[in-house]
Design a protein. Structure first.
Length: 222
């Protein structure tokens, strides 16, 4: 969900204002997904590299995540949205992590839309963690090397039991995936737009869906 900071800068606002406006875009997209029958949505909210941003911005983002989960949880739950946190929970501030865990517990039985929030997420580290866990099983003798396959590997990722993405949308004119779901997007369709995330609402989403519908997904076949 890229372009929040640039959106704010262009309007002479502090960067956190762009992130707040970006929350409105996410709410809009989740609602549209529910209306269209799109069951799984994964939002790249905070990467493992984002801790390198200025302390003031990181602090503002943590506060925003906390406040948003608190203010939107009742509405999300009422509308059948299930929240899942994807990422390394080890160094998430305790107050924010508890809020995420509360949201997961309250919405765990919802089925209309599964909203995966990639928070403190990095795909390379996710893959390394999976390898370490499988190596541990090998050392224990719980599994043999020739038994390792894609299914077993996937079972040790944060996205266990979740389908791979059909469509990956990247906003703000950036043409990279920035360490996001490297394993899971092997056969995803990519859609890039110059629209900044705070401006990515109904019309922009429909453009992405329309473009996706034109794609011929072959998965290596003819």
């Amino acid at each position: 969900m890229d372009g929040n900071g640039r959106w704010a800068t262009r309007k002479g606002l502090p960067r956190i204002a762009g992130h707040r406006e970006g929350v409105k875009s996410l709410k809009c997209i989740v609602r549209l997904c529910a209306d269209l029958g799109i069951r799984y949505v994964t939002a790249y909210a905070f990467s493992s590299e984002n801790w390198k941003r200025p302390v003031s911005e990181v602090s503002g983002l943590m506060k925003l995540f906390y406040e948003t989960l608190a203010s939107e949880l009742e509405d999300l739950n009422k509308n059948g949205v299930k929240i899942i946190l994807l990422g390394d929970r080890g160094n998430i501030p305790e107050k924010v992590l508890k809020r995420f865990q509360e949201a997961e517990e309250i919405t765990e039985n919802n089925k209309k839309v599964i909203l995966n929030i990639a928070f403190n997420y990095g795909a390379r580290q996710e893959i390394i963690n999976s390898v370490k866990k499988i190596c541990s099983l090998l050392n224990e003798g719980s599994i043999k090397a020739d038994e390792i396959n894609e299914k077993i590997f996937s079972d040790f990722l944060y996205t266990k039991d979740l389908p791979d993405p059909d469509l990956l949308i990247r906003t703000s004119g950036e043409y990279r995936i920035s360490n996001f779901l490297l394993w899971q997007t092997a056969y995803s369709e990519f859609y890039f737009t110059r629209t900044l995330w705070p401006d990515f609402r109904e019309n922009e989403f429909f453009k992405a869906i329309s473009e996706y519908q034109k794609r011929n997904r072959r998965f290596g076949k003819i």
